[in-house]
Design a protein around this ligand. Structure first.
Ligand code: SF4
Length: 63
């Protein structure tokens, strides 16, 4: 499997994303875009990583 560089400035546990570094809880991108799906966000659940891309074939990071 392709080895990706862990960006220690962007912690992330979404291993289903193809931008996840896989071998630790970090994103592999240099930068990400964060946005919201709410008109008036009030809690962290209102925010989203807009750089998420679904990993084809599901998660193969662990297990
Ligand atoms: S793009 Fe977003 S969701 Fe995907 S690994 Fe990076 S921070 Fe996580």
């Amino acid at each position: 499997m392709e080895k990706k560089h862990a960006n220690h400035n962007i912690a992330c546990t979404v291993t289903q994303c193809k931008n996840h570094c896989c071998d630790a809880d970090y994103c592999a991108l240099d930068r990400i875009q964060v946005g919201t799906h709410e008109a008036d966000p009030t809690v962290c659940e209102c925010t989203d990583c807009r750089s998420f891309e679904r990993k084809e074939g599901g998660c193969d990071c662990r297990g």
